[in-house]
Design a binder for this molecule. Sequence first.
Ligand code: NAD
Length: 488
Amino acid sequence: MTALVESAHFLGGEHVAARAGRTIAVEDPSTGETIAAIARGDAGDVDRAVAAAHTAARRTRRTTPADRARMLRALAAALDADREEFARLETLDTGKPLSLARGEIAGCVGYLDYYAGAADKLHGETIPLGPGSLAWTVREPVGVTAHIVPWNAPCSMLCRSLAPALAAGNTAVVKPAEQTPLTALRFAGLAEAAGFPPGTVNVVTGLGAEAGHALAAHPGIGSLTFTGSVATGRAVLRAAAEHITPVVTELGGKSPQIVFADADLDHVAAQVVMGFTTNTGQYCDAGTRLLVERAVQEELVERIVARTAALTIGRGIDDPDLGPLVSAEHHRRVTGYVEVGRQEGARVADRPRELPDAGYFLAPTTFVDVTPDMRIAREEIFGPVLAVLPFDGEDQAIALADDTDYGLGTGIHTRDIDRALRVADRVDAGYIMINEYWGGGPGVPFGGTKHSGTGRERGLVALESYVKLKTVVARVAPHPPSNQEGTP
Ligand code: NAD
């Protein structure tokens, strides 16, 4: 198959080859075939991207909030018009089922539309200080924002942070994951067509330790949004610390789904299976720890195993229930965890099943006889692997849910609304879902506690990461004395 895109960054509105002329091959994980070659950027390429974004920022400063709202709406419409092309490109690049890619691109349109509506409502406050003084706040753009994006939902993760950054009047430098750069490169071209000045959205492709590190360490960045693993998050925070660059980190998870015996078990089985197998388990908030009240453990596991056995597995473009894992390297990592689980003494509840020959496929795997100290119960696997742990009573459920370094999603399944709200209140996580896994939308803030990250994306609160709050305090002349004062 011939290369899909030129081996070029997208800088200042133009396709620009890597300074050093090096490239990286991109694979279709459904087949293992090379589908594209991209530029392997270095620190010099990142310098050029940041410079282009600064030039554009000077022009963007002259736009009005209403202009930005209009351009974001036009960008949403342009992406919507090309949604099928984007979905197919995403599927080819990530291996994800076509329907899922279509849903993610629709979600991208949703982010752009939502923040288009917010662009002209980002105002300050006045603070009463009494006679003779006035104080007010202004929310100013930070200038150039940086976005380091993972491979699991490339366009979606990009639009989640880019849309509020543009709404707040900034420009951007994007570093997509080296495994999945294609939709970001295509998307950058749409921004210009929607009316944003050239250089508003720049894309530098390359390896994390090269282009990614250079971007995180760059002195010209006003804010950085990093979405990825905890280990890389630490490296990014260290690099950004040099210039005191503010960082939003959206990191990993080991999210529990807590099931009480009174829940509707058929509905719960469907939710649990969706929660740990969608995107082949490669979502940060995948519900990969099933905490189930002991009395219903056996029955629920039977229903889960029956459901996962019926899921189809195949090439993303054929639109199965599950596509492959993203790469050979990630496949080795996830299958390694399945082996670790067996060695630790946990038991796979599923029957073995046939998988496609080529590509990086793995069947959903449900482990029972799991104890809380096992690695498969504690570490993020980022594949379709479920660890089942029984509990007795609410206190133990919460203790198990919190017995993790992470704090991203938590599912609670019960018909008892008092209990659901009590558990939601007590559990330490950023995003709680009651009786429906993955409820929400662009207006609903998302993010984690503990090692799952800092800051929040989605919702109006996300805009705060892309502005500088300026306070002005002024002494004003007192009113001139008036003869009429006090008279009716
Ligand atoms: P990763 O950390 O390996 O890579 C993420 C990005 O960081 C890539 O673009 C990569 O090139 C870049 N990078 C790598 N090393 C770097 C360095 N030293 N300096 C700067 N950039 C560097 O993560 P991944 O494997 O692509 O993604 C999977 C992880 O992302 C999982 O842990 C998942 O939970 C997490 N994730 C979190 C969220 C969330 O919202 N919390 C969403 C999606 C994915």
